[in-house]
Design a protein around this ligand. Structure first.
Ligand SMILES: Nc1nc2c(ncn2[C@@H]2O[C@H](COP(=O)(O)OP(=O)(O)OP(=O)(O)O)[C@@H](O)[C@H]2O)c(=O)[nH]1
Ligand SMILES: [Mg+2]
Length: 401
């Protein structure tokens, strides 16, 4: 099943569920007027449940709860008991994506509305406006042009004439192109066959490298892995301390040296320690800013050399961290890093609260480097493995007519 079919199935299921919930609520409101009011406690349980099953629905339900809290508790409480705990985690991940991408989704929806506000027919003016809309939405210039070209044919092929038909074709085509470009992408972390797995974090300053290491270390520690951090950003005042605080919070070990030490010396010590003391994973934090770009790239190359000398297939991953709020700029940074470093994956941070979620499409379509993790907030629990299904659903949900 293609990505678009999965998306459509989920979209339809949710719409059906929403209308069923509405029906049940309406029925019970009619039938249970004389019921005893329930305690506040049971109201809380319902809200909690709805948070993990459906973030969007929750807003609506919160309002409903305040109106109908005395009548609709029974049915929902039964659902809470039926739900196995493992499912909750998957649903929680899906909700996190849907919530995190809310701004991107609504902004894209608004842009489409604006595009269709002047819609008369599918003519050349329309395609030009569409191209502008797509470029504005940070799906990438190439994608915008390519997609518009393909849509010219597709709209004819499907004989789409009404606004809704055309909108559906646009969404379907975007998902299809994204899906096709991801055919050979592997979003999983590549672990060492034996010995420590070394993950090097690179990216310009302020994108979220240190924070992502803190979150990821916590995640792997919880999975029972022995985790070591290397504070190889010795350039910026405060960087070592920032990583040290994460190490303490996560309860993992760290190798650090005084500020302005040679970053490669930190890496050397860390990789030895990781080998000698059987660590499962070594995360290496690097500086985002040095005197200039050449220095930064040379420094990274030197660190890689030190690693490879100790563990031939290290680093097992070079994760480029990109700040999604910078849109097109993030894409340009990625192109620069790719020229000089073998980037094996991308961590896209700050997807929460940005309207630039479309950048994920641009990354896949233009860079061909898999997004492996996404940051959906500043807290330790706000990191998720990238999931294309959840992402596409979060971005386009409700936009199919
Ligand atoms: N909202 C949000 N904020 C984030 C996310 N990831 C990181 N941040 C914030 O971004 C800021 C910069 O993060 P750092 O981890 O210090 O970035 P860095 O890449 O290590 O920066 P340098 O050390 O200067 O190179 C911090 O305030 C983080 O809390 C995210 O996913 N969402
Ligand atoms: Mg940092």
């Amino acid at each position: 099943m293609g990505l678009f079919d999965i998306f459509k199935k989920r979209n339809n299921e949710e719409e059906n569920n929403n209308s069923k919930v509405e029906e049940v609520k309406n029925d019970e409101t009619d039938a249970a007027v004389d019921d005893e009011p329930k305690t506040d406690d049971s109201v809380d349980k319902v809200s909690e449940h709805e948070t993990v099953t459906n973030g969007e629905q929750q807003q609506q339900s919160d309002q409903e709860d305040s109106k109908n809290s005395d009548v609709d508790d029974n049915a929902d409480e039964e659902k809470v008991e039926e739900q196995p705990s493992s499912e909750k985690t998957v649903e929680d991940d899906q909700t996190k994506f849907t919530e995190g991408l809310e701004k991107s989704r609504s902004t894209f929806g608004e842009r489409l509305n604006r595009l269709f506000a002047n819609f008369r027919s599918v003519d050349e003016d329309f395609f030009e406006d569409l191209e502008d809309t797509l470029i504005e939405s940070d799906v990438g210039f190439d994608m915008a042009v390519n997609l518009t070209d393909q849509l010219r044919d597709e709209v004819k092929l499907q004989n789409a004439k009404s606004k809704d038909d055309v909108q559906n074709v646009i969404i379907q085509k975007m998902i299809d192109i994204y899906d096709q470009n991801g055919n050979n992408e592997n979003t999983e972390i590549h672990f060492a066959a034996q010995g420590p797995t070394v993950i090097l974090f690179v990216g310009v300053n302020g994108v979220g490298k240190t924070t992502t290491i803190g979150k990821m270390a916590n995640m792997y520690k919880k999975q029972g892995k022995k985790v070591l951090l290397a504070a190889a950003d010795t350039f910026r005042a405060g960087a070592i301390q920032q990583l040290d605080e994460w190490a303490k919070r996560d309860g993992v070990d760290i190798v650090k040296k005084p500020e302005q030490s040679d970053p490669s010396a930190v890496v050397y010590e860390a990789v030895h320690k990781a080998k000698d003391e059987n660590y499962d994973i070594l995360f290496v934090d690097t500086a985002g800013r040095l005197q200039n770009k050449v220095n930064l790239m040379n420094e990274l190359a030197k660190m890689k050399k030190v690693l490879t000398r100790e563990i031939p297939d290290a680093p097992h991953e070079v994760l480029l961290v990109l700040d999604s709020t910078t849109g097109q700029n993030a894409l340009n940074q990625a192109k620069l890093f790719k020229e000089t470093t073998d980037v094996s994956g991308i961590v896209l941070t700050k997807l929460d609260g940005t309207a630039k979620g479309g950048i994920v499409l641009a990354i896949r379509n233009e860079l061909h480097v898999p997004v492996k993790y996404v940051g959906l907030g500043e807290k330790v629990e706000d990191l998720r493995e990238f999931n294309a299904n959840d992402f596409v659903y979060g971005l386009f949900k409700g936009l199919i007519k």
